[in-house]
Design a protein around this ligand. Structure first.
Ligand SMILES: NC(=O)c1ccc[n+]([C@@H]2O[C@H](COP(=O)([O-])OP(=O)(O)OC[C@H]3O[C@@H](n4cnc5c(N)ncnc54)[C@H](O)[C@@H]3O)[C@@H](O)[C@H]2O)c1
Length: 425
């Protein structure tokens, strides 16, 4: 029997939204009949992307500048939201209230109320809200996940990660390019973009399923990088040259978990530097370390030659490959941040199709997004510890079973890849 396509709309069709829309239409049986952006030219561009896509079958595509109207008028199964950080939750809440599953791009929350509302509306409507944390599906993150679950690192004690990305031009030129980051860096001070490395770390540490984040402290450095960039690239007459940006150039956050692990996050977007997420996983049997982007090192008892010397992880990554990546590499890895974008879209689309729990559920979404406003609170008090709310209301202690499957991030469901096993034999 022919499968009915699932209809996923999009809100926010700028750089990220347009790239993901193109890729989303590569996912089997996904169509998109509605695109929305408050900038009409961007919404029109979204329509063009759909209509020019090789998988387009001629269905009508409607352009909106008001997402509320779009949710009322369209029969959508899901919506992918790639708007600015401070609008993600409002759009997702409205989607769920209209019976539409929501996938929101990454970014932090500005308040506890925002996180609580995501959870309560999802519980009331039975619709899910999935944080589209693509880094959970990156190749090395998935290999590490599998290694941790197989016990190769022993008991995990500490993890580190960061968003270390020189975004000075993108931030400063936010008004000229209608880009959302600028006002956040002008007015806020904290871990503004926590989830790229926190996502995979939360899954390693079973956050919300037997573990949870308890407290955090955040300390913020002085802010100099953006003013220096303006001086050198726009000159002293540029109106923001002397602007006292609130966001510290480097914000360091330490989180303590109920099971005793610590997590360090670093936000670092205002100084010249090569990109890195600085992933670090450390347990009683060994360590993995991302020295710089792509330069991966590890030392594990009984796995590498010695724990007193680093070995190149890339040279051995195939030994530790997650079956999802085995399958993906066989099928042909697609573009988009090394392939992970297509996997997170596929995971989202599968949950929409099955009308079932996504691998990153609303409790994970709320917990990860909360780190931003909590970090702002702690940094504003010079690094005072603040409690992390429990959005599961105690259920983390003994949760209902999760949905297993190829995209599952709570277990490596090797048995779901039987086709792969047969192909190998
Ligand atoms: N996962 C990743 O690897 C990755 C990469 C890049 C960006 N992102 C995230 O994707 C999101 C978008 O990033 P971007 O760089 O395209 O940002 P952007 O600021 O350029 O785009 C946001 C778009 O949303 C639109 N928008 C804002 N409010 C709206 C509303 N109420 N209704 C409809 N449209 C609205 C804006 O007009 C704009 O076109 C951000 O959350 C960003 O952090 C994620």
């Amino acid at each position: 029997m022919e499968k009915k396509p699932i209809n996923i709309g999009i809100v926010g069709v700028s750089g990220r939204g347009s790239g993901m829309l193109e890729l989303m239409l590569d996912v089997e049986d996904v169509i998109c009949t509605a695109v929305c952006d408050i900038v009409p030219a961007r919404a029109e561009n979204g329509k063009r992307i759909v209509e020019n896509h090789p998988n387009y079958t001629g269905y009508p595509v409607t352009v909106y500048t008001d997402y509320k109207e779009m949710f009322r008028k369209e029969k959508l199964d899901g919506v992918y939201i790639a708007t600015t950080w401070i609008t993600h939750s409002a759009v997702a809440v409205d989607a769920m209230k209209n019976g539409i599953h929501a996938g929101i791009e990454v970014g932090g929350a500005a308040s506890e109320g925002e996180c609580r509302q995501l959870v309560s509306v999802s519980e009331e409507t039975g619709k899910f809200c999935m944080l589209m944390e693509n880094c959970c599906y990156d190749r090395k993150e998935m290999a590490l996940y599998k290694m941790v679950k197989e016990g190769l690192f022993g008991e995990i004690v500490h993890c580190e990660g960061g968003y270390r990305h020189d975004l000075r031009d993108e931030i400063v030129l936010g008004r000229e390019n209608i880009h959302g980051r600028l006002y956040n860096f002008m007015r806020r001070d904290g871990e503004l973009y926590p989830t790229h490395q926190l996502g995979p770390i939360c899954k390693l540490l079973d956050i919300n399923r037997g573990n949870r984040m308890l407290t955090l402290v955040s300390v913020s450095s002085k802010a100099r990088g953006l003013n220096e960039w303006i001086k050198n690239n726009r000159g002293e007459d540029y109106d923001l040259y002397r602007y006292p940006f609130n966001e510290g150039d480097v914000v360091t956050t330490v989180i303590k978990c109920a099971n005793g692990e610590t997590i360090t996050l670093t936000h670092d977007c205002c100084l010249p530097r090569p990109y890195s997420r600085d992933y670090n996983v450390q347990g009683t049997k060994g360590i993995f370390r991302e020295a710089t982007e792509g330069e991966l090192r590890f030392a594990i008892e009984g796995v590498t030659e010695s724990t007193h010397a680093w070995e190149d992880f890339n040279a051995r990554i195939e030994e530790f490959e997650h079956p999802l990546w085995d399958e993906y590499r066989n099928a042909g890895v697609k573009k988009g941040h090394g392939g992970m974008d297509f996997l997170v879209l596929s995971a989202f689309a599968e949950a929409v199709r099955l009308d079932a729990e996504p691998p990153i559920d609303v409790y994970d979404t709320a917990a990860m997004m909360a780190i931003t406003y909590l970090s702002e609170q702690s940094a504003s008090m010079g690094g005072m510890p603040v409690p992390v709310p429990d959005f599961t209301d105690g259920r983390w202690i003994d949760r209902e079973p999760y949905r297993r499957g190829k995209y599952c991030l709570n277990e490596v469901c090797t048995d779901c890849f039987s086709d792969l096993k047969e192909a190998k034999e």
